[in-house]
Design a protein around this ligand. Structure first.
Ligand code: DXP
Ligand SMILES: NCC(=O)COP(=O)(O)O
Length: 237
């Protein structure tokens, strides 16, 4: 079974557009869980342009499924993880000014750094996942960090899906299969949507979790949040 973790960054973007608390992202997280999602994902960025560090603290006592906190393990981010102890931490090598995540880890170059970070986070009780490009050559490097899971960066899959879905998914299928053989769990995320999700799910039997935000929140503007969460869940059946 593949779990759906809803990324609520874009609800915080909307809230931050005014100085008030509308939409209330804590209430939204509760509702998203009530509508059937199995996790809530947030990606606090250093400029706090959407999710704020205080949101992560507040979400920890609100979320009853699993809180997945994504980010680059800077000293501030690690201090937040020590305080909040999320169920899952997804390490993403973002530059502070990145518009959105745009690459997975170079797990070879950063092996020793990642080993230290993964060990500390696991010591806090978190499951750790490492954001990774779909590249077979990287899987053993990911194993060497001690991570529990990888999160496959699906931007390229989403970009090529409509042209040739078989070619688009092939590197993901191979990378997920290798990860599974080596004992790593497999998550996926970035630009997944109602068009491309079912095919990825069908082709990757290892897929434990998808985290989806941007497209899901856009769809919710037209379809409503409850209906949208359920439509995404249906793609994972
Ligand atoms: C890690 C990842 O794939 C990202 O998609 C991220 O969580 C989204 O962040 P933004 O909402 O800031 O684009
Ligand atoms: N880890 C990916 C994520 O949380 C959401 O990415 P996106 O759906 O906003 O592109």
């Amino acid at each position: 079974m593949t779990k759906l973790s809803v990324n609520i960054n874009k609800l915080a973007t909307l809230r931050n557009a005014r100085g008030h608390n509308r939409p209330d992202i804590l209430q939204a997280a509760r509702d998203i869980e009530r509508f059937g999602a199995e996790g809530i994902t947030v990606h606090p960025r250093p400029d706090e342009r959407h999710i704020r560090y205080q949101d992560v603290r507040d979400l920890k006592s609100t979320v009853t499924t699993e809180l997945n906190v994504e980010g680059n393990p800077t000293p501030d981010f690690l201090a937040l993880c020590r305080e909040v102890r999320p169920e899952q931490v997804t390490l993403v090598p973002d530059a502070p000014d990145a518009i959105t995540s745009n690459a997975g880890w170079d797990v070879i170059t950063h092996r020793s750094f990642l080993q230290d970070v993964v060990a500390e986070l696991k010591g806090l009780g978190a499951r750790v996942s490492i954001f990774l490009d779909p590249d077979l050559a990287l899987v053993e490097g990911a194993v060497a960090t001690g991570t529990d899971r990888i999160e496959l960066y699906t931007e390229a899959y989403a970009r090529h899906y409509l042209q040739d879905r078989e070619a688009a998914v092939a590197p993901y299928r191979a990378t997920a299969a290798r990860a599974g053989q080596l004992g790593l769990g497999v998550n996926a995320g970035h630009d997944l949507d109602l068009d491309n999700l079912a095919w990825l799910h069908l082709q990757l039997p290892e897929l434990a979790e998808v985290s989806i935000g941007h497209a899901l929140v856009c769809d919710a503007l037209y379809l409503g949040l409850e209906n949208t969460v359920q439509l995404y869940l249906r793609q994972l059946k």
